[in-house]
Ligand binder design. Sequence first.
Ligand SMILES: *[C@@H]1O[C@H](CO)[C@@H](O)[C@H](O)[C@H]1NC(C)=O
Length: 315
Amino acid sequence: MKLLKRRCNKYHLGFILILTIGITFLTKKSIIGQTKAQFPDISHKFQPFVQLRNTSFDYREETRKMNEAQVEMDDPRLIELIRNYWIEPPSKEPYNLKKDLEDYSAGQTPYVDSRINHKLNGFFIEAGAYDGESSSTSLFFEKYRKWNGLLVEPDPRHYFTIQSKHRKAYRINACLSTKTYPIQVTFNIGHGLREQMGRIHETKEAGEWIQKENIGFNSITVQCFPLYSLLLAMRINHVDFFTLDVEGEELHVLQTIPFDKINIGMLTVEYIHSSEEQITSFLEEKGYRKMIKMRTPGCADIIFRKNDVPFTGYE
Ligand SMILES: *[C@@H]1O[C@H](CO)[C@@H](O)[C@H](O)[C@H]1NC(C)=O
């Protein structure tokens, strides 16, 4: 009788154990399933891609036609064009940086790093990237956390400097479109102390800003692509950290992003040249939380984090 009872207990214990494992497994599986269902199309992990270039093909003329036709931002012809002809691959040369620092940013980098669990092998977008070193929010992640990413810089002078630094990131000499299709724009470039302050000059508001900031009118023509098109060209739908510093066009760029199709973990958005309230309420509506308003020399940003970013640690 005693022996039977003991066996019975053992049997019960085993049953409960299997049940617990089963429930844990099922719960885990359904959470993973939900994430996949939300972003089903492309793998989260960045894979280097092969670029197919036809040297007798006039890709600039082809781009002009697509601007004119205002093609959709996910048009496969546009995506191919960006992937094969506009994006440039990471440098294989050793770094050629002016300074050997840990943090090149004006404070955003360590804040984001600690709040993203010091993530390794992530993916960043930095727009505008300026010279690829001064105030760079992405260089730390590239150098020390082994991230890949895309540097977006419309000013050809700064883009040339980026190339000389041999960054281990993809780059594109273009701007982020303020529309959901590719556009060519008049872009006002800065000079001297204001050489970082290039901005798309297509609206009356932008003209007034250029005057107020005493930048001077020096126009060039620049090609812009929607952020979503760039991500499709890179074959990714997950960005861990997005720096958006485009001198006043921040909200217009954010409004082109299909937040149901791409997953952006954290963003830092410059707010002083446009409306802080509009940027904040727009992103809050998209499921982001304002973490900090960072005002340091060289930085006037708000840092946001998506509410569902898995995180344990600093708040
Ligand atoms: C390269 O581009 C030229 C001009 O558009 C075209 O005629 C030719 O067929 C292309 N070659 C290939 C291999 O696609």
